[in-house]
Design a protein. Structure first.
Lengths: 289, 535
């Protein structure tokens, strides 16, 4: 090869390991997942059934129920973690006394394994001996059947999920706030903007790329949340906390219907993909405005 | 203070000293707690010095409740003798194995990998000891990965589903064995493959008849055996003698109506609840609920595989199950699995229930560190009877050989060794859960039986009639079982009545049974064994 040709191929050569890694670790599993949906097991063999698994899915009441619960959970989790994470990050940004200590403490939920944390929270949620009802009792609020009632179980899991994921969001926003330029704030001050106006028209506008990033990540992760739901309620009471991801997990790993489970996973990928596209369009539109 | 420049303590130093004081206090507190914990409480010291002679009879025939003052550990001495005998057995297990025709050195130098469940008793320790002995006998190295049940389940499924040979022996859940067998994934190696080879199997030495036959039948699919088993558990009526006495329960509940009455008398929340059990939306809940279903004359399916758990005896039984839990169980039952039930029991807040683990809890309570109220006050009797039967159910650990293993014969040698008489007898000491009938022929084991009153009588009776019917031997059972579990959970949470919830589950189950080709109205009747009935 001449030096010119080598120069042309060098970037490709250097990118090859990364491309191969993506192909093997990301693309292949995704394609295999789609491939699985086209079959059904007959003994130890797979029989080609085309789109039949999706046809079953269209008539599966549990699919719709779990999709609804999954979306509800996702909305609560994304909004809760984003608002709380941004709020805490703004507080840290003010440089209050003890900020470093609080920041360190905030990282604790991220360090704990989800299953361990969820099992601990299950004890904390115990209506009889749990910490939360004890605290509520001190202020005169009657005990809540956190996980044993379909009215509160999803909310209880949501609280755990927000507790567990807010630190990540807070870290991202904290880092972003530190990099914001000072000039727009000074200009806003000169123009007589109030703190809220500066926050709304300067901070939020400058944070938009970060918000988009957080929304996308949190949407994906909250829709895929599994461990805490399985440990805390296993989808119950009834099907009140059965999310689409948990349904796919039970279908695959408890009922051993891998092909149908794969169809459910493909549907969850489609849902997250559509939401991501919507986010990006909304952000682009607001940037245009 | 007079010399501020020299004596001034900086904020950093102050924090350091403060942290040091707090740390020292914490260490002192932990040390004091450990010291206190190591001291025998009034209850434990009273019980551990008790006579080895049983002080009471609590069998179903005699329904008196032992008084709390008589609560003792009569089996301590007997258990020590039994453990010594069983230790002797494991020490001579290799000599015993050499008396068989099996060529133990056939696969010397090979290594096999196994998935096993971690247990709170000495289950893993004993299995490791057996593996070490096995290595001395065969030269085969056994790597055992002990995992939490859910992790063991997922790893086993992934191994078999991906046709991987990474693990030669997997952990077989009762509800999954039919799904992994020839009528499902067909990922297991039938044991008949090895049992026809005299260099791998000696029927006289192994004595297959000595293993619990109903359980063997469950693990036999299409006429071929797919696994042996260990640690059989059966259900018991467990009760707190002290609470019964305190609240005037003078006889052990013999029927589920009696149990409801007793639970009502003892129900004094939030200190003590009348009962507790499983209510989560999983098939695990059926482990206990099935006793109610069968006792009331119900069954999961009719003879044409149409779901029948929403009608007749099954509905009555599950109605009683949810009624007793709603009326006298702790709040939150709708999401409880057996671990939640166990934790709550260990806190000493439950008067009685029908479950398996209390028996082990009784036996191992000193090791498990239960509440002083619990230690020495738990006792057990056969489960109550319903209008039709006194039904029970069984659970056991199975360890089938992976069809895709590269070391099947070595895996088989380990299997046949581990389930041999001396090794299995030793294993029984882990949790008082038997697998072989001959364990009762050992005098010291018989002594433990006697010390445990009706325990030996009941378990012998239960083992001779049990069928693990709560896990119906079809691949679709895990799914149908989840629907029923979700229905019970829903009823406990007050979302629906038990009838409404079971009707919904039956609709879903019928769809599954129809799609899988079992249910064809009036066609393909099946003949399943009767439910487990002990009296």
């Amino acid at each position: 090869l001449s030096g010119k040709s080598a120069g042309r191929f060098l970037p490709l050569l250097l990118l090859t390991p990364a491309i191969l890694t993506i192909l093997v670790l990301w693309l292949y599993p995704q394609l295999y997942l789609v491939y699985l949906t086209l079959f059904r097991p007959v003994g130890s063999q797979n029989q080609y059934v085309g789109m039949a698994n999706f046809a079953i899915l269209a008539n599966d009441s549990l699919f719709y129920q779990s999709l609804y619960v999954g979306l509800l959970f996702m909305v609560g989790s994304v909004s809760g973690t984003t608002l709380l994470g941004l709020g805490i990050a703004l507080l840290f940004n003010v440089n209050l006394r003890g900020t470093r200590l609080y920041r360190t403490l905030l990282l604790v939920p991220m360090v704990l394994p989800i299953v361990v944390a969820a099992m601990t929270w299950k004890i904390l949620y115990n209506p009889e001996v749990g910490f939360y009802n004890y605290v509520l009792g001190i202020v005169g609020i009657p005990p809540i059947n956190w996980l044993g009632s379909s009215a509160t179980a999803l909310f209880a899991i949501l609280l755990f999920n927000i507790w567990e994921n807010t630190p990540f969001v807070c870290l991202i926003f904290s880092a972003a706030l530190l990099t914001l330029p000072r000039e727009p704030f000074e200009a806003a001050q000169v123009d007589g903007a109030s703190d809220f106006q500066a926050f709304k028209h300067v901070t939020i506008q400058l944070l938009k790329p970060t918000i988009l990033l957080v929304l996308i990540f949190r949407t994906m992760w909250s829709f895929q949340a599994l461990d805490e739901i399985y440990v805390l309620t296993a989808g119950g009471p009834g099907y009140s906390t059965l999310t689409l991801t948990l349904y796919a997990f039970l279908t695959s790993f408890f009922w051993l219907r891998f092909n149908y489970g794969a169809a459910l996973v493909v549907m969850s990928i489609v849902v997250v993909g559509v939401l991501t596209i919507i986010y990006m369009r909304l952000i682009r539109r607001s940037e245009g405005d | 203070l007079s010399e501020p420049n020299n004596k001034k303590i900086t904020r950093r130093k102050a924090l350091k000293y403060g942290a040091g004081i707090v740390g020292a206090a914490a260490i002192a507190a932990v040390g004091y707690g450990a010291y206190q914990y190591s001291q025998p409480s009034a209850t434990t010291s009273a019980t551990s010095t008790a006579s080895a002679v049983p002080t009471s009879v609590t069998s179903a025939a005699s329904t008196s409740v032992t008084s709390a003052s008589q609560a003792t550990y009569p089996w301590d001495v007997a258990v020590n003798a039994m453990n010594n005998d069983l230790a002797q057995l494991i020490n001579t297990a290799n000599e015993n194995a050499q008396t068989s025709s099996i060529d133990w050195m056939k696969h010397s130098g090979e290594t096999i990998n196994q998935i096993a469940i971690a247990d709170t008793t000495n289950y893993d320790v004993n299995m490791k000891i057996a593996a070490q002995k096995f290595k001395e006998l065969t030269g085969i190295n056994v790597n055992i990965e002990f995992l939490a049940p859910d992790n063991a389940r997922q790893k086993s499924i992934l191994t078999l589903q991906s046709k991987s040979s990474a693990y030669d022996i997997v952990y077989g859940f009762m509800d999954l064995m039919p799904a992994w067998g020839p009528n499902g994934m067909d990922a297991l190696e039938p044991l008949d493959t090895f049992m026809n080879d005299p260099t791998l199997y000696d029927s006289k030495w192994f004595d297959l008849e000595d293993l619990n036959q109903p359980m063997l039948k469950f693990l036999t699919m299409n006429g071929k055996l797919y696994s042996f088993f260990d640690m059989i558990e059966v259900m018991w009526l467990n009760y707190r003698k002290d609470i019964y006495e305190k609240y005037g329960v003078t006889s052990i509940p013999d029927t589920y109506d009696d149990l409801y009455t007793a639970a009502g008398l003892c129900n004094h929340p939030p200190d003590i609840y009348g009962t507790a059990s499983r209510g989560a939306a999983t098939s695990d809940t059926l482990g206990t609920a099935c006793c109610w279903v069968f006792s009331y004359g119900g069954d999961w399916f009719g003879r044409d595989w149409k779901p029948t758990f929403n009608e007749g005896g099954a509905l009555e039984g599950l109605d009683m199950y949810t009624k007793i839990l709603k009326d006298y169980g702790p709040p939150g039952e709708a999401s409880w699995n057996w671990q939640d039930e166990k934790q709550f029991t260990m806190l000493g807040k439950v008067a009685n229930n029908v479950c398996s683990f209390w028996r082990a809890l009784t036996f191992w309570s000193t090791q498990l560190g239960t509440s002083p109220d619990v230690v020495g006050n738990i006792w057990f009797a056969p489960p109550p009877k319903g209008p039709k039967y006194r039904a029970n159910e069984a659970w056991a650990n199975a360890y089938p050989i992976n069809k895709y293993s590269q070391h099947k014969e070595a895996a088989w040698l380990w299997t046949v060794y581990r389930y041999s008489k001396p090794v299995m007898a030793y294993d029984c000491a882990t949790s008082i859960a038997w697998a072989r009938d001959s364990i009762f022929d050992i005098p010291s084991v018989s002594a433990v039986e006697q010390a445990l009153d009706d325990y030996g009588i009941h378990i012998k009776k239960a083992l001779s009639t049990l069928y693990p019917w709560f896990t119906v031997p079809i691949p679709e059972w895990a799914q149908v079982g989840t629907y029923i579990g979700a229905a019970i959970s829903s009823a406990l949470a007050g979302e629906h009545t038990i009838k409404q919830a079971l009707d919904d589950a039956a609709d879903k189950a019928l769809q599954v049974m129809t799609d899988a080709g079992y249910y064809k109205a009036g066609v393909a009747p099946y003949d399943h064994p009767p439910p487990s009935v002990t009296t």
